[in-house]
Design a protein around this ligand. Structure first.
Ligand code: GLV
Length: 415
C-alpha cells in the first residue's frame, strides 16, 4: 500500500499521511489554475462522482442552474475609457461588518465530504481574505470550531432540521460562539429533485446498509486519495450542530430526507427572530412580494437566491430578478444575491444591479474539493484579482461607485 501511494503521489510520506492533502496545494497555483472552471476540473478528478455531482448539480432538468450562469452573459458593460484608476477600493459593508471584498462564502452542505478540512478550512480562508463565511446547518464540523478558525465575521444558516428544539439549541450555541447573523433559508419546503444524486446512490452511500452501498462503491474506490483522507478523518460524521433534545447529534442523512420535513414559514420567522435577537437575513427571495414580507418580518437583509438552481427548477436566474427586488426593497434593508457567480465580472454586474455583496457557493466549494483551504484561498484570490482588473477596465474607482450606468441589460429585462 505504502509503495503504491508513493508511486501515485510523489511527495507522499507514510509517517505523515496528511502529506497527501498538503501536496494538493501545489495543484492550485497559476498557471494550472487561472479561473474557477480550472478548480472545478481538479475537483471533479479528486472526489468521488457522488460528492462532485452533489456539489455541481442542480434540480430536475437543471434549467435554473444553467440560467444562473447564462444570465450574466446577457448583461454587457458600458465602460468609461481614458480614466486612470491607480487604486481600486473593493471594500464594502455588510450587516455592519467591513469586508475586504464584496463576496462572501455561501453556506454549502456536506463540505466535510468534499475535504476533511470542510467548513473549518473554508472559514479560515474567508477570514484570511477579509470576508465573511456563512456556515450551513448541514455541516460536519462543530460551529464553535468553525467560528474559532476564522478571523473574520461568521454567520449561521438555519434549517429547521430535527425540529424546533434542535433549532433553538443551535441558535443558542451560535450566539454564544459569536456568530453575528442568522441566515434563514425559506426555499426548501421539500428538497428539490437532484437527479444526479439519485443516480449516484447518494442516499444509499450516506445512510444505507452495506448491501445497498455495494452498487455505488466503485465511485469511492476509484478515488483512493479521497478515500484515504476520508478514512483518516474518521469516516461519515454526524451533524454536530443539529442536536436533537434527549437524542444527541442527528446522524448524517441524505439531503432529501433532511430537508423534507423542515419547512420554514413566515410564522416561524417570528419565533426565530425573537429567539435569536441579532440580525436575521431571509435567504431564498425571488419576488418583490417576498422581499417586502421579509422587511415586515424584521429582516436585516434578503438574499436573492434560487438555492443555486437546486430547489424549484425553472424559476428565473437570480440576476434576472435582482432589479425587481432591489426596487421593492428601495434601500430599506440590504440586498445580497447568489447564483452563478464564477468570475469577478459577475460580481461587478450584480453590484451594478443593486446587490451590496454576493454569496459564492460552488465557486469556492470547487476549490475546497480540489485542495482544501488552499483551494478556497485560490478561488477567493482569483475573484479578488478579477474584481480589481474589471474595475480598472470599467474606469470605476470603487465597488461603492458601481451602478446601473455601467451596464446595459437586454431590452426584455427592463420591464
Ligand atoms: C443544501 O442546502 C443543499 O442544497 O444541498
Amino acid at each position: 500500500m505504502d509503495s503504491f501511494l508513493r508511486r501515485k503521489w510523489r511527495g507522499y510520506n507514510a509517517r505523515d499521511p496528511m502529506s497527501l492533502l498538503k501536496q494538493s496545494t501545489r495543484q492550485v497555483v497559476s498557471p494550472k489554475v487561472v479561473c474557477i472552471e480550472d478548480l472545478r476540473s481538479i475537483a471533479e478528478h479528486r472526489v468521488p462522482r457522488a460528492v462532485f455531482d452533489y456539489l455541481d448539480g442542480g434540480a430536475e432538468g437543471e434549467v435554473t442552474l444553467r440560467e444562473n450562469c447564462r444570465s450574466f452573459q446577457e448583461v454587457s458593460f458600458r465602460p468609461r475609457h481614458a480614466v486612470d484608476v491607480p487604486q481600486c477600493d473593493l471594500r464594502t459593508r455588510v450587516l455592519g461588518f467591513d469586508l475586504a471584498l464584496p463576496a462572501m462564502l455561501a453556506p454549502v452542505g456536506y463540505s466535510r465530504l468534499m475535504h476533511p478540512g470542510g467548513e473549518v478550512a473554508a472559514a479560515r480562508a474567508a477570514g484570511k481574505a477579509g470576508t465573511a463565511y456563512i456556515l450551513s446547518t448541514i455541516s460536519g464540523h462543530r460551529l464553535e470550531d468553525v467560528k474559532a478558525a476564522s478571523s473574520g465575521p461568521v454567520f449561521y444558516q438555519l434549517y429547521l432540521l430535527g425540529g424546533r428544539g434542535a433549532a433553538e439549541a443551535a441558535i443558542d450555541r451560535a450566539r454564544q460562539a459569536g456568530f453575528s447573523a442568522l441566515f434563514v433559508t425559506i426555499d426548501t419546503a421539500v428538497s428539490g429533485l437532484r437527479e444526479r444524486d439519485i443516480r449516484n446512490g447518494m442516499k444509499e452511500l450516506i445512510s444505507g446498509g452495506v448491501l445497498q452501498k455495494v452498487p455505488y462503491l466503485w465511485q469511492i474506490l476509484s478515488r483512493p486519495g479521497w478515500l484515504l483522507s476520508f478514512l483518516l478523518d474518521g469516516g461519515m460524521p454526524p451533524l454536530p450542530n443539529v442536536v436533537i433534545p434527549d437524542q444527541g447529534p442527528m446522524p448524517l442523512v441524505d439531503v432529501n430526507a433532511a430537508l423534507a420535513s423542515s419547512t420554514v414559514t413566515w410564522q416561524d420567522l417570528r419565533w426565530i427572530r425573537e429567539h435569536w435577537r441579532g440580525p436575521m437575513v431571509v435567504k431564498g427571495v425571488l419576488t418583490g412580494e417576498d422581499a417586502r414580507r421579509s422587511i415586515d418580518e424584521g429582516a436585516a437583509a434578503v438574499v436573492v437566491s434560487n438555492h443555486g438552481g437546486r430547489q424549484l427548477d425553472c424559476v428565473p436566474a437570480s440576476l434576472r430578478v435582482l432589479p425587481e427586488i432591489a426596487a421593492a426593497v428601495n434601500g430599506q434593508i440590504e440586498v445580497l444575491m447568489d447564483g452563478g457567480i464564477r468570475r469577478g465580472t459577475d460580481i461587478v454586474k450584480a453590484l451594478c444591479m443593486g446587490a451590496r455583496a454576493v454569496l459564492c457557493g460552488r465557486a469556492y466549494a470547487y476549490g475546497l474539493a480540489a485542495a482544501g483551504e488552499a483551494g478556497v484561498s485560490r478561488a477567493l484570490e482569483i475573484l479578488r484579482v478579477d474584481l480589481e482588473r474589471s474595475l480598472k477596465l470599467l474606469g470605476c474607482p470603487s465597488v461603492g461607485a458601481l451602478d446601473r450606468t455601467y451596464v446595459s441589460l437586454p431590452r426584455d429585462w427592463q420591464t
